[in-house]
Design a protein around this ligand. Structure first.
Ligand code: GLY
Length: 402
């Protein structure tokens, strides 16, 4: 071996030993395409074995090892169409475009479903992503109609969009997850020129900023308000370990939500909030070395508590975007890279197995003993989004392109 070749060889050994080597995005998408083709076959068989015609989207795997398919009403229904759009965005393959359009069409009825705040998740991930990639005028009208539906849940006295109806005796519950729905409103403002959507989004973000956060910038899951006076009644949890604990996915929703609010408004307060949330997450003594958090940062069972891969994939995607606005750019980008690498190397499903999901080990609702240590569609959605964002950064493109 001459000197040059042996130096390269030593460097390669160094990179692989130090874990410095980056993951191969192309390979990760090739895996996602293969798994999604399998998922589509499994969705078809699951549909064939039920009489309920409205069950159309994959969500998770149940304790019997079967694929769980859901109707468009389920809060998770927009993620699979979104993933199909992401596959199309990366590969430009017309096959994924046709499938993305087909599954997105199944979401359309949700534009008028005002039963919860989830209309934002459902319609933005499907139609919003589709519109970004196609400029389809019909998608535009669906986005605007869905945004109108979402604003019917806004109460100006509270200054928030109500998350859920008739649960736990709450009068006007607002969950931190609801920050994610604001993206639909910002998009509808751009598409319609109607600033009402923008004003609702800002009011909601500001109210959450005031009431959802503790001094350490961790967030409560649920804040219940008196709809007549706007006063806070209670601060609690629904899906976390305890009212005063930091539920991992909730922290990720907050990070993503305020980063996106900064993108849409350029209000520095939102950027500062996102950075404070990032600090809470990344300096948490209970955050494992591989940066995939336990399901709740305060579960006393840590380190024997289950992890939540979905919280990690949402965090990675958010950190890529945050890296494009912050002076701490390098740290956020390197951290997102490390999360994506952990997910790809240690949490991926087996090729040709796991019903076509991409990632294992998420938690849906631990207190309800539901969806514990399973693949979940939204973990996969934000993982693909993170991979796309990583790819765009490496090509010098804007992380979020319109
Ligand atoms: N938005 C519900 C959840 O994160 O589980």
């Amino acid at each position: 071996m001459n000197y040059k070749i042996s130096s390269i060889f030593i460097l390669l050994i160094f990179f692989s030993l130090t874990g410095f080597a980056q993951i191969d995005i192309h390979q990760a998408f090739a895996f996602a395409e293969k798994q999604t083709a399998l998922m589509l076959r499994n969705v078809d068989s699951a549909k064939a074995s039920t009489t309920k015609a409205d069950l159309v989207m994959p969500r998770t795997i149940n304790s019997g090892g079967n694929l769980v398919i859901i109707s468009s009403k389920d809060w998770c229904s927009g993620f699979f169409p979104g993933e199909l759009w992401f596959l199309y965005e990366y590969t430009k393959d017309a096959k994924w475009l046709a499938l993305a359009r087909k599954f997105t069409a199944d979401e359309e009825r949700e534009k008028d479903n005002a039963d919860s705040h989830d209309v934002g998740f459902k319609v933005y991930c499907s139609f919003g992503t589709g519109y970004r990639l196609t400029n389809d005028p019909h998608y535009k009208s669906v986005i605007i109609e869905a945004a109108r539906t979402l604003t019917t849940r806004f109460n100006p006295i509270v200054g928030s969009i109500k998350s859920w109806n008739n649960r736990n005796g709450w009068k006007f519950p607002v969950i931190i997850d609801n920050m994610m729905n604001l993206e639909l409103l910002f998009e509808a403002t751009r598409l319609s020129g109607d600033s009402t959507f923008y004003k609702v989004a800002i009011a909601h973000a500001n109210t959450a900023l005031k009431n959802h956060f503790r001094n350490d910038y961790s967030s409560y899951h649920v804040v219940d308000y008196d709809p007549e006076t706007g006063k806070v009644i209670r601060k609690q949890t629904a899906q976390g370990y305890a009212d005063e604990s930091a539920w991992a996915r909730g922290q990720a929703w907050g990070l993503y939500g305020y980063t996106m609010c900064y993108r849409e408004t350029k209000n520095k307060i939102y950027l500062e909030q996102a950075e404070k949330i990032a600090k809470f997450i990344l300096s948490n003594p209970h955050l494992p070395e591989d940066l995939v958090p336990f399901w709740d940062y305060n579960d006393p069972a840590i380190p024997n508590a289950p992890k939540d891969v979905s919280a990690a994939s949402i965090t990675a995607s958010a950190l890529y975007e945050l890296s494009s606005y912050s002076t701490n750019s390098k740290t956020y980008k390197a951290t997102a890279d490390k999360i994506v690498k952990s997910l790809t190397q240690h949490y991926q499903a087996k090729s040709g197995r796991d019903k076509g999901f991409l990632l294992l080990h998420s938690i849906g609702h631990k207190p309800a003993k539901s969806e514990i240590d399973v693949p979940i569609i939204y973990a996969d959605y934000y993982y693909l989004e993170a991979l796309l964002r990583k790819d765009k950064i490496s090509k010098g493109l804007p992380v979020v392109n319109r």
